[in-house]
Design a protein around this ligand. Structure first.
Ligand SMILES: Nc1ncnc2c1ncn2[C@@H]1O[C@H](COP(=O)(O)OP(=O)(O)OP(=O)(O)O)[C@@H](O)[C@H]1O
Length: 369
């Protein structure tokens, strides 16, 4: 019976419920009637119906069981605390992405807003999930929380289990966004919090949000060089930075500035993505609506004086389907994988996916005397 119940996965925590101590007493009477105690993590758990149904089905699949009764209760505070400690690997509240973490972290930044940073972050995350990786996003763009909408999570709220926050999952990506903590009336506006408050929020995201064991964490940064970029630079110096820019060479200078701030906190810039690069016309020609050469220009500027050259990872064309997919909450890499914009994003995902996990190439902070 326990091995059957072990196949039931908590949809939010993504672990077998038997490992989460959610199963209480289990009894099977001689005539095959099974009674299964199910302890939910919190009252009103959004996944309650799914879990109860899966438990019922799992118990019914056991040989000799003729009927099933599931007795649902809720964990006590002590049981919840024990669970959150277990999920944190026995550690008390510590940042999940410390120096020994094997998760690769990519901060997606841009000089100015509206260049498609959030669209690229969300689609890249989904493309990485489709390559078999476990992926999370911290939507830290205080000027517009667009990630939840693009991933079909509009209006989704995280579940709290004690001190732990379970991020909603959209298109297979675990997502946390400041927008998820605001009242609907507030979320229409940009957050006008001061630096310390933003810093604490970012710290809390990295400490209290249960991402589990991620292969890749993507950070959607606000455009420019503000407080959030500096905070995340300090909290995650191991993050590697990807700069999104338009093909307009005139925008190169502002794009370069956002990367320079990241470098000042110790982060490494690994590449540039040029977005909105031309619109293919019905006759097959390309209309360069926003000029051309911006990506190369930013890459060249960021390579100056560096040991390693910064390259353009991809040039993503203007795509009506990409915009529509974002509005509808269905990312284009899933809905329309052959669209040239999807193909361009997929090529970046291929490069990032093959870089693997680990500490390789990272400064370990060791010194030889
Ligand atoms: N390649 C593209 N082709 C067509 N539309 C695009 C493309 N990239 C992004 N867009 C559209 O441009 C708009 C801005 O994109 P997005 O919100 O991703 O930008 P952003 O840089 O994250 O902006 P902000 O930082 O202000 O939130 C969206 O409506 C999006 O659908």
């Amino acid at each position: 019976m326990l091995s059957a119940l072990g196949r039931v996965i908590d949809p939010e925590i993504r672990k077998p419920i038997t490992e989460l101590d959610m199963i209480g007493a289990v009894q099977v009477s001689p005539d095959g009637h099974a009674t299964v105690g199910l302890r939910l993590t919190i009252v009103g758990c959004p996944a309650a119906d799914t879990i109860e149904r899966d438990v019922r089905e799992a118990a019914a699949s056991v040989a000799g069981v003729t009927s099933v009764a599931v007795e649902v209760s809720v964990m006590s505070r002590e049981q919840r605390t024990a669970l959150t400690e277990k999920l944190r690997g026995g550690r008390t509240r510590v940042a999940q992405f410390g120096p020994d973490s094997l998760t690769r972290i990519y901060a997606i930044t841009s000089g100015k807003g509206g260049v498609g940073k959030s669209s690229i972050t969300a689609n890249l995350a989904v493309a990485l999930v489709d390559r078999g990786l476990t992926v999370g996003i911290v939507d830290a763009d205080v000027f517009g929380f667009s990630i939840p909408g693009i991933l079909g999570l509009e209006g989704a709220r995280p579940t709290r289990v004690g001190e732990m926050i379970l991020p909603p999952i959209g298109c297979g990506v675990k997502v946390i966004s400041i927008g998820m903590f605001l009242e609907p009336s507030e979320s229409a506006r940009a957050v006008s919090w001061r630096g310390p408050m933003l810093h604490r929020t970012m710290q809390q995201f990295l400490t209290d949000v249960y991402f589990g064991d991620l292969d890749v964490l993507l950070l959607d940064l606000p455009p420019g060089t503000g407080d959030v970029a500096i905070s995340l630079g300090q909290l995650l110096p191991q993050a590697e930075v990807i700069v999104v820019t338009t093909p307009q060479p005139a925008a190169a200078e502002v794009a370069e500035r956002s990367a320079i701030v990241a470098r000042q906190t110790g982060q490494r810039v690994i590449g540039v993505i040029e977005n909105m690069a031309g619109l293919v016309q019905p006759d097959g020609s390309t209309l360069h609506l926003f000029g051309s050469g911006g990506g190369d220009e930013v890459a060249a500027r960021l390579s100056r004086g560096q040991d390693e050259r910064v390259t353009v990872l991809s040039s993503i064309p203007i795509s009506v389907a990409l915009r529509e997919g974002g509005d509808a909450g269905v990312p284009i890499v899933r809905s329309n994988p052959t669209d040239p914009a999807s193909v361009a994003i997929a090529s970046v995902a291929d490069r990032l996916a093959t870089r693997g996990r680990g500490l390789a190439g990272r400064k370990l902070g060791l010194s030889v005397r």
